[in-house]
Design a protein around this ligand. Structure first.
Ligand code: GLU
Length: 484
């Protein structure tokens, strides 16, 4: 049997990391077993489904490196892979159920149903609403045709249980006495998620349904529908939900958790991929950094743990830094360059000369772009970060540091990192300043900020004239301290 798995997002918003993690695990499982990964759209919520979300969902998957073999955008033997194009098929299944008495039209109002539920609870029995089947489908059809509002419900057997072995959670059992006759078709005529999703899973011959644990309670319904269609249920794997580092379910309070937000923040897709693999699965051997190929070779659904997975962006930042450092130097330059705008040849030279030093120190690419910005600005146009200026340029050591630096750099030959290093360190001793007091003002003068690539190398790359011009300009702007 060849593995067929799917991810079925609803195009009602951005793709969130929870859904992306489900997609990733399905993808890894399919690739590990040489199976088929399918992208289907659960778009029966016509009012909220929008085409730009469809586009953005596909972009997010592509960015993460999750390619799909069948489905939206790539086609396959099952039509458009959009539920909104399959309404006739769902109606056909429901008509079959109605004809066999497996489903019925329910004309009761929501108020009536609430009343019945309360009564069932008050009686101390299972909170199940009694069946609303009239036992007279012909009369029901006449009422429907006369325009009365109704839903179609699945007639859940009064007794027995649905049992299945969940790959992640082990043996599961749901007593049917607790299950309501659930809705298959809403009063609007639209199919519910339970109906559409299950019919698709059957028709697309899905072998494994791996999805978030929040859908566990839906599974007995899906199994009942599947069996009623004369099919064998797929294997289910309900994966742990994502939590924030504060122990609360991942939600808006944890910031924007759309894949798009991580894309826009400049994370490397490889790092995001690696990070998301760790949300419920572990590579083993205590390894946290591994390639896509290694993950495919090692992954299996039965190794997914039951414990909640913590979505910790500190870890993502760390991993991203690891991936940035592991990039080939030209690859790093190529990824940062688009963030820098147009560079003239001299600016390009400066950037390439300093790139490897920045690469060692950045956790995110946009940070790297920020850090090299000083290389592209005219010497008299450096803008000073306010906090850095206050901390380094308004103190009693500020002026002596700049003057001392200028004194030893003005005639320095040759203009190399090593020579600059020697000259400035020698001066620290002469002036009796430590590196923090003696060099930080120079860094601010040169780059505008107290955080920058290494100082001596930056001076070498800028050249003597630019270095001296920047130190002189800053010196002319330093005001004597009011006392500290
Ligand atoms: N559209 C559903 C969701 O995104 C699909 C759930 C499922 O995998 O069955 O939650």
């Amino acid at each position: 049997m060849s593995v067929r798995v799917r991810i079925a997002p609803s195009p009602t918003g951005s793709l969130h990391v929870g859904n992306a993690r489900s997609a990733l695990f399905n993808w890894l499982f399919a690739r590990h077993h040489g199976g088929t990964f399918i992208l289907r759209l659960d778009d029966t919520d016509v009012e909220r489904s929008e085409e730009h979300h469809v586009v953005q969902i596909q972009e997010s998957f592509r960015w993460l490196g999750l390619d799909w073999d069948e489905g939206v955008g790539v086609g396959g033997p099952h039509g458009t892979y959009r539920q909104s194009d399959r309404l006739d098929r769902y109606a056909e299944v429901v008509d079959g159920f109605l004809a066999r008495g497996i489903a019925y039209r329910d004309f009761r109002s929501p108020d009536e149903l609430d009343e019945l539920r309360r009564a069932a609870q008050a009686a101390g029995g299972p909170p199940r609403v009694p069946s609303g089947a009239s036992g007279d489908p012909v009369a029901d059809l006449a009422r429907a045709e006369a325009g009365e509002s109704f839903t179609v419900r699945f007639a859940v057997p009064a007794e027995g249980a649905v049992e299945f072995d969940d790959v992640v959670r082990g043996p599961m059992r749901f007593d049917l006495a607790n299950e309501d006759d659930f809705v298959l078709v809403r009063s609007s005529g639209m199919p519910t998620y339970h109906l559409a999703s299950t019919v698709d899973d059957v028709d697309y011959e899905i072998t494994h349904v791996a999805r978030g644990e929040d859908l566990l309670a839906s599974t007995p319904k899906h199994i009942l529908i599947t069996r009623a269609m004369g099919a064998e249920p797929p294997t289910y794997a309900h994966m742990p939900l994502l939590f924030g580092p504060d122990g609360k379910k991942l939600s808006k309070r944890h910031g924007d958790t759309s894949v798009r937000a991580f894309m826009d923040a400049g994370y490397l897709p490889e790092a995001m991929f690696n990070f998301m693999c760790l949300l419920g699965w572990s590579y083993g051997e205590d390894r946290e950094v591994f390639s896509k190929e290694e993950a495919v070779a090692a992954f299996d659904l039965d190794a997914v743990g039951k414990n909640t997975a913590v979505f910790d962006t500190t870890k993502l930042d760390w991993l991203n830094g690891e991936y940035i450092r592991a990039l080939d130097g030209t690859d790093f330059v190529d990824r940062v360059r688009p963030m820098l705008g147009d560079l003239d040849p001299e600016q390009e030279r400066r950037f390439e000369a300093i790139a490897s030093l920045v690469q060692e120190r950045t956790k995110k690419l946009p940070e790297a772009a920020d850090q090299v910005g000083f290389l592209f600005v005219a010497d008299d146009a450096i803008e000073f970060d306010e906090a850095s200026w206050r901390k380094q340029m308004t103190k009693d050591f500020s002026r002596p540091a700049l003057e001392g630096g200028l004194a030893v750099l003005g005639d320095l030959e040759p203009w190399t990192t090593e020579a600059i290093d020697g000259a400035l360190r020698g001066n620290l001793e002469t002036q009796g300043l430590n590196a923090r007091k003696g060099l930080q003002p120079l860094r601010v003068a040169l780059t505008g900020s107290a955080v920058s690539p290494p100082l001596f190398e930056s001076m070498e790359v800028l050249g003597k004239d630019a270095t001296v011009a920047r130190l002189e300009r800053a010196l002319s702007m330093v005001e004597d301290p009011a006392g500290d």
